[in-house]
Write a protein of this length. Structure first.
Ligand code: CS2
Ligand code: MN
Length: 359
């Protein structure tokens, strides 16, 4: 297992590499060329320049989060072949730079959605929250505006401004796309890239839908154990895996995360885990919390134990943290709370490993 930290290059992060290096147990970063337009090839020189910067700080760059998928691939348009060819070229370049795992998502139009990026918690810290009722009252533009306004001037993953002009039309397009058709479009992509994932030794980790239920009438495909089974069955390459995000899947209290981990990690299909906690405020509402089990509704001990018992040997990163101690950062991606969270998770990992070796 390797503990890593999400970091954005080119000055687009309040957190510095040397600060990440000072977090005990941290081996590397999950990063991305966030400024390359979705669908373009990532130039090898630029990948290597970022990698060298990461290496100079004494960290590894084995995970990319995310190489995003062009909307034409998701829509199944004829132009998808060109974008898939570019994706494969990017995979080759990442492999040459020593990357081992690519995290991505297949969420149509928008990545994760929250109704509030800065909700105050009882202790005076703040974190992101989701109210389904509030989201239903928003149209895509007001949603995009509220995300950008709450972003503290950092780029928000999945909310790149170049996506906005087409957003309403894209949402309309998907109103007639059934889940079956959408799954066929995913299958087409997987069939094209998996042979190269094998050739270039790249584990693919698809991120679950966040939140794990439909909004704006968009198809959702990775929300629970059944849908993950379907997704994995689309392509049986062992490289076709999931990014097990406990916060995204855990927003639905019906999801039994330790059971899901036991099933999918034991099958070798979990190369990457995002660990964070959530508190359900009602069936479709939740608040992100500190990582500690007692702060939310997820049992982080059981989650880490399930990973260890399943022989998990991939990457873990602390996912979204709270904003504490007056830190000004990209929402969910400050230094302090994620550093605390990572060391809590490493403590759990050490404990379950030592306990299991004594049995
Ligand atoms: C999010 C996503 O929960 C998360 O990890 O911040 O933006 C995530 O990085 C992407 O969905 C992965 O492609
Ligand atoms: Mn996540």
């Amino acid at each position: 297992m390797k503990m890593i930290f999400r970091w954005f290059p080119n000055g687009d992060d309040s957190v510095k590499l040397h600060e990440i290096k000072q977090i005990p147990g941290m081996t590397g970063v999950a990063t991305q060329l966030s400024y390359v337009p979705v669908g373009d090839v990532w130039p090898i020189e630029e990948i290597i320049a970022v990698r060298d910067q990461v290496h100079a700080a004494g960290l590894e760059m084995e995970v990319i989060e995310s190489v995003n998928i062009h909307e034409d691939i998701k829509k199944g348009l004829p132009s998808r072949d060109e974008y898939i060819a570019n994706y494969i070229e990017t995979m080759k370049n990442l492999h040459e730079a020593g990357v081992k795992c690519i995290c991505y998502n297949f969420m149509p139009v928008m990545d994760w959605v929250r109704s509030n990026l800065c909700e105050e918690l009882p202790d005076g810290s703040n974190s992101m929250s989701y109210s389904h009722e509030k989201v239903l009252l928003m149209d895509p533009h007001s949603m995009a505006n509220s995300m950008i306004q709450g972003s503290n001037s950092f780029s928000l993953p999945g909310w790149e401004p170049e996506r906005f002009p087409a957003m309403v039309k894209d949402i309309e397009f998907y109103q007639d796309v059934s889940s079956e058709t959408y799954l066929k479009n995913i299958s087409y992509f997987l069939d094209a890239v998996m042979p190269y994932a094998e050739k270039y030794d790249l584990d693919f980790a698809v991120h679950p839908d966040d939140p794990p239920w439909p909004i704006f009438g968009l198809p959702k495909i990775i929300t629970n154990a059944d849908s993950i089974r379907n997704f994995l069955a689309l392509n049986n390459s062992p490289r076709n895996g999931i990014a097990l995000c406990t916060g995204s899947l855990g927003a639905n209290s019906a999801n039994d995360l330790p059971a899901m981990i036991r099933e999918f990690a034991s099958a070798g299909r979990v190369p990457f885990a995002h660990l964070r906690n959530v508190k359900h405020t009602s069936a479709l509402d939740f608040q992100e919390t500190a990582h500690l089990s007692e702060c939310g509704d997820l049992d982080m001990f059981e989650i880490v134990k399930a990973l260890s018992d399943s022989g998990f040997d991939g990457y873990i990163r602390p996912d979204h943290g709270r904003s504490i101690w007056g830190e000004n950062s990209r929402p969910g991606y400050g230094l302090y709370d994620r550093a605390i969270g990572s060391n809590y998770l490493l403590g759990l990992w050490e404990a379950v490993r030592k306990m299991s070796s004594k049995q």
